[in-house]
Write a protein that binds this ligand. Structure first.
Ligand code: GN1
Ligand code: MG
Length: 358
């Protein structure tokens, strides 16, 4: 608590710190919800410790996030509920949007009241809401030129490069785990062509979120509406198909990302349809025909990419994603591959729904 209090003193926050608790299920940063009192008044903030192994250039990362949050605030200015519909950064007392404390980097957002997140989808309506929220987010950012943001992680969704990284991880077998994942490696190698489906599709670059997990949507506690998108680290130029694909991966399947009972892992077509309808409703008029058609394969592509990322990290000895138990990255990889198979089994139905709605 002392360290946290010291860091919080650097930010332009008035009042007395009354509590700080760890929240969230992100694999990258550490996140705390902190509460301050000014007299009777209570205000909440989100304090994040930035993972510098993954984001070494903090000033550039934070400049991107500042551009995005300021743009959203401008676009939402007329909205009655504007300050609950976009994140806003709390500056430090010397006017920066991040601080360095004893070699560690921190940032702070205003907490958004009366909202909650979900790691697993609860209903078809919630899937629809999530897709609408991400679609709205992209639409609001469509007026920000893509070149105004720097690529924080180059080639983030370039699946063939992710595949090369997997090959290197297999070749070096740094953690001596090759024998424990032979069948997953075989599955990955057999699916290599899937990694190329969007690379040569000639789709327009837009500003996209790039991490559209269900738990990056804040839902209003009372109405269930998806009102705010969080986790802006990877907002950068990208393809809308990746964003839709990651929604399908994380929202059209109700099982946890590291579920060990693979019989629970399958793509629910009804949830898929809700995602497609929600995304097209909020984003449809902005998308080209080719972009809309690309949504059919997007789920498969991103699920494959995520599977090989987990597998490569398992082979490297869990150096990227946080793990809380042995073999967690391998379990995560297995759920992705199982989900991919389920999507492949339903690909005809997916294709015809996309053709029907587009
Ligand atoms: C990471 O921020 P977090 O933990 O939700 C990762 C995403 C993956 C996701 C898998 C910067 O996201 O790309 O899809 O884990 N973020 C980064 O759950 O690599
Ligand atoms: Mg993230």
């Amino acid at each position: 608590m002392d360290e946290i209090a010291g860091v919080l003193e650097r930010f332009a926050i008035d009042g007395k710190l009354v509590s700080a608790e760890s929240i969230g299920s992100g694999h990258i940063h550490d996140t705390l919800h902190v509460v301050f009192h000014v007299g009777e008044l209570e205000s909440g903030y989100i304090l994040q410790h930035i993972n510098r192994a993954i984001f070494p250039d903090v000033p550039t990362l934070m400049r991107n996030i500042q551009r995005v949050t300021e743009h959203l605030a401008k676009e939402l200015a007329e909205h009655a509920d504007a300050d609950r519909r976009a994140l806003s950064l709390i500056p430090t007392r010397d006017g920066q949007v991040w601080c360095k404390d004893g070699g560690e980097y921190w940032r702070c957002f205003r907490a958004i009241t009366h909202t909650r997140t979900f790691d697993a989808v609860q209903s078809v309506e919630q899937a629809f809401q999530a897709a609408k929220a991400f679609g709205n987010f992209q639409r609001l950012l469509s007026t920000l030129p893509p070149e105004s943001l720097i690529e924080t992680i180059p080639g983030f969704h370039h699946t063939p490069s992710r595949f090369e990284a997997l090959r290197e991880a297999i070749a070096s077998d740094a953690a001596g785990r090759l024998n424990a994942c032979r069948s997953e490696i075989e599955f990955a190698l057999a699916h290599e062509p899937l990694g190329h489906v969007l690379v040569d599709a000639n789709l327009p670059l837009r500003i996209t979120h790039n991490d559209t997990k269900l738990n990056n949507v804040l839902f209003d506690e009372a109405s269930g509406e998806g009102i705010c998108i969080i986790d802006l680290d990877t907002v950068m130029p990208g393809l809308v198909s990746y964003d839709f694909g990651d929604m399908v991966r994380t929202t059209a399947c109700a099982a946890a990302e590291d579920e060990r009972d693979l019989s629970l892992v399958w793509m629910n077509f009804e949830l898929f349809e809700a995602l497609l309808r929600g995304f097209l409703e909020s984003m449809g008029s902005t998308l080209t025909h080719a972009e809309k058609m690309s949504l059919a394969k997007a789920g498969q592509l991103i699920t494959f990419e995520q599977g090989i990322r987990f597998l490569a990290d398992y082979l490297r000895g869990d150096t990227y994603y946080k793990v809380h138990r042995a073999d967690q990255n391998l379990d995560r990889c297995r759920t992705q591959f199982r989900l991919l198979v389920s999507m492949e089994e339903q690909s005809e139905a997916i294709d015809s729904l996309v053709r029907k709605l587009v």
